[in-house]
Design a protein around this ligand. Structure first.
Ligand SMILES: [Zn+2]
Length: 283
């Protein structure tokens, strides 16, 4: 039997016995080792640990409600409008954002300080929301944790998810470092742009977000870009899509004043993003 045929059979049987997920963009079935129910279990189990690793929740209810309201507006028009999403601003100084299986999205204080409009925040959250709705996060988790962990470490009821604190912390770090493929990043850029416009946001916020990240990256490597392969034409692709699909964004929300008063004016200044001693997060 040739290697290709063997792989095909393995793929088909794996699909039958383990499961497939339909990519909402391509409509194609993709091999998926964890169920949507297990997504929720992973999120519920590790979100508190990840929040802790990222310096804890920013203690500002108005700011949290604002981030959540922007995220929920986008989540409701996403491919999974009925899924429960949670948006949390965390204290960490690095410039980054994370999406966990099960609908948990974290954005760091370092990132929030670098944004200047609500539309830029919407672009960031829309990109992360798509990683969840397309189950990129679930696929990356199963790939990084290994098939054996996923099959035998997670029970259907989640009862075997490791309970000891150090193991949970290790897994939380793996979740923070989830890596996506270039194709998945491109899909998240495209779908994120469509999501934010559908939610009423000016798409130029997405271009501004990526311009900021690239500028930051020249000064100091930006973790968001290290976990998100950044082809040079990413901004060009976004601009091209805006020109062909959204060439009249007048009237769509930018939200500069709202972002300044609800986020920037409420966040104390950050001394030095490099001095936080959490280099492992960039791996
Ligand atoms: Zn991404």
């Amino acid at each position: 039997m040739s290697g290709k045929i063997r792989l095909l059979i393995l793929g088909l049987t794996s699909c039958l016995f383990i499961g497939c997920a339909v990519n909402p963009i391509t409509g194609q079935e993709e091999l998926m080792f964890i169920s949507e129910k297990q997504d929720l279990e992973i999120g519920q189990k590790y979100a508190p640990e990840i929040e802790k690793q990222l310096g804890g929740k920013i203690d500002d209810e108005s700011l949290q409600n604002y981030i959540d309201s922007v995220g929920q507006r986008i989540a409701r028009i996403s491919h999974r409008p009925n899924w429960e999403f949670h948006f949390t601003a965390v204290e960490h100084k690095m410039v980054n954002a994370f999406a966990l299986p099960g609908g948990h999205i974290f954005v760091t204080k370092g990132m929030l300080k670098k944004l200047t409009t609500e539309a830029q925040l919407a672009a960031l959250l829309a990109h992360e929301i798509f990683h969840i709705t397309a189950r990129h996060s679930s696929a990356a988790f199963s790939r990084q944790m290994g098939l054996s962990f996923v099959l035998f470490g997670l029970s259907a009821a989640g009862a075997k998810i490791p309970q000891d604190a150090s193991r949970a912390a290790g897994i939380a770090l793996q979740l923070i470092g989830l890596k996506y493929s270039r194709v998945q990043e491109k899909q998240a850029d495209v779908a994120g742009l469509d999501y934010m416009v559908a939610a009423g946001y000016n798409p130029h916020g997405a271009v501004e977000l990526h311009q900021m990240l690239q500028e930051q990256d020249k000064v100091r490597p930006v973790e968001f870009l290290s976990s998100h392969p950044s082809p040079k034409n990413r901004i060009i692709s976004l601009n091209a899509r805006i020109q062909t699909r959204y060439d009249s964004p007048e009237g769509l929300r930018i939200g500069k004043n709202a972002y300044r008063t609800t986020v920037l004016d409420r966040l104390p200044s950050i001394v030095d993003p490099a001095s936080d001693g959490l280099d492992h997060l960039t791996n």
